[in-house]
Design a protein around this ligand. Sequence first.
Ligand code: F6R
Length: 252
Amino acid sequence: MIKIYYSSTKKEAGVKAANSIAELLKSKPDAVLGLATGSSPTAMYDELAAMNKRGEISFKSVKSINLDEYIGLSADHDQSYAYFMKENLFGRVDIDMANTNLPNGLATDYAAECKRYNELYDSLGGTDIQVLGIGHNGHIAFNEPSESFSKGTNAVTLKESTISANARFFASADEVPKMAFSMGIDQITKSNKIILLADGEAKAEILERALFGDITPLVPASALQLVKNVEVYGDEKSLSIIKEKHPEALIY
Ligand code: F6R
């Protein structure tokens, strides 16, 4: 079941998504959070940090596992996802860093790193909530459009479109890593709840295709239609096409 929550702004969408996570943490303080990077979840992380500061929620017993990491970047590279997580969430809340997990971007034995991450995912018992953004081509984590839905953590080669979308964070497109470790679609969709965040006009078309179009690995996010509990938090722009074609689907 997919619930699509409409907000006017990215900030408002982020606050609603943070409330959903806060609700879980209040009933299950040792929840396992599957986390994402990129620009989509930043307003949600801001609100989670503010709630933590206000003493409304605690991350002391939370465990986290991130979706992905660039291959070739160390944790202290300012474009690594490990660095992003410290800046946007971990460094701002009372989480125990020993309970946070990301793929090791410097691993050179890709198969061994994927195996380690799969075992880690299993040892955590999967995720209570998985946070996601969506790429312009429908990717979730770094599962790019392909012939089949991926299984388990993979070392993936990024599509040109993903490299150019992410070039805005680097000095040039040449500096964007060409590969990444990414959790598989099966691991993502096994979560008890998915929180998908989107903002901006550029996400409007793919969001509608992913949530209402054919279920196909050519649009990896379309796999979310098979998940029991999905909450989508979008701003006015990202939900514009859904509002036009499926107005009844929006929750205000
Ligand atoms: C990030 C991730 C990616 C992003 C997606 C959207 O951990 O897995 O799939 O969620 O590329 O990126 P933004 O949010 O920057 O538009």
